[in-house]
Design a protein around this ligand. Structure first.
Ligand code: NAD
Length: 294
């Protein structure tokens, strides 16, 4: 069993860290939010006072942070790469832009470390149940080293290719998610206006060609899927601000390579409006409220 430094214990990182503890690993954890650290300590982790201490003596370091600037801050300016022992494996699980991910791979290599970008899909329920999908970018050797660790937090660990390709897969996946959540929300609101029950539409479409994760697993109205955030007053889950961030990453990537993504652009515009209405902290499925007109 390994000593693992874990940095970023939020909605996703908290339960992921707990699953590594359950698997028997020794975790030294750090987060800016004390209550998140306390929760991990209650689950069996050791609290440390900063990034440098989290990586000292660790064979593996997992990071699960909000966005590219936080990852840069922790790995470079914050001293994670500088303070880890040579050869430490960094598993960077945050969803960030491909360019930052590739820059972090380069910085890790220069510091004598191994790294994979390993963003995840599956949401907070997947993080808690250890059923995440990991999309991994990096060398074959780094992937093989990361795989057994990721397998303790997920059900599928897929090598997407070289450095940054995990992030490329993630932003493509989340562009699908943002678009389908809006489509499912529009259909449910249309059903309301037509006098068709949410549950009936769910029963039919989840077994028909409208079936998709946004409907089947994350249904944006209360009732049909008891575990979806709609049943918990749209508490995240996956915050709308995070979805908007991912849609922005997808648009930036699309522009950089000349890909036409008009539905992705529309989804970004709609989530931008949702954030402007002051609801960025709400789960992203809460966009159904705006589509309904409230
Ligand atoms: P979160 O905001 O709940 O957690 C991020 C944590 O990082 C917070 O606890 C914060 O205090 C900590 N943090 C920020 N800067 C730090 C620093 N410098 N040092 C130490 N800790 C720091 O976010 P989340 O929902 O857990 O998401 C994390 C990442 O996973 C994001 O990139 C997100 O896009 C991605 N993601 C989220 C979901 C989801 O459903 N929430 C699903 C898949 C992927």
């Amino acid at each position: 069993m390994a000593t693992i430094g874990f940095i970023g214990l939020g909605n996703m990182g908290g339960p992921m860290a707990e699953n590594l503890i359950k698997a028997g690993h020794a975790l030294q954890v750090f987060d800016l939010a004390k209550e998140s650290v306390d929760k991990a300590v209650a689950a069996g982790a050791t609290a440390v006072t900063g990034v440098a201490d989290a990586v000292k003596g660790a064979e593996v370091v997992v990071t699960m942070l909000p966005a590219g600037p936080h990852v840069r801050k922790v790995l470079t300016e914050g001293g994670a790469l500088a303070n880890a022992a040579k050869g430490t494996l960094f598993i960077e699980c945050s969803t960030i832009d491909v360019d930052t991910a590739r820059a972090m791979h380069k910085a890790a290599e220069e510091a004598g470390m191994e790294m994979v970008d390993a963003p995840v899909s599956g949401g907070t329920t997947g993080a808690a149940a250890a059923t995440l999908t990991f999309m991994v970018g990096g060398s074959d050797a780094a992937f093989e080293r990361a795989r057994p660790i990721c397998e303790k937090m997920g059900k599928a660990v897929i090598h997407a290719g070289g450095p940054g390709n995990g992030q490329a897969a993630k932003i493509c996946n989340n562009m699908i998610l943002g678009i389908t959540m809006i489509g499912v929300s529009e259909a449910l609101v249309l059903a309301e206006k037509l006098g068709l029950d949410h549950q009936k539409l769910y029963d039919i479409s989840s077994k028909s060609s409208g079936s998709c994760w946004s409907l089947n697993t994350y249904c944006p109205v209360p009732g049909p899927v008891p575990t979806s955030p709609a049943n918990n007053d749209y508490k995240p889950g996956f915050a709308a601000a995070m979805m908007e961030k991912d849609l922005k990453l997808a648009q930036a990537a699309a522009q950089s390579v000349g890909a036409a993504t008009p539905m992705g652009a529309s989804a970004l515009a709609l989530y931008g409006l949702f954030l402007n209405s002051g609801r960025g902290e709400m789960d992203f499925s809460g966009i159904i409220k705006m589509i309904r007109g409230n």
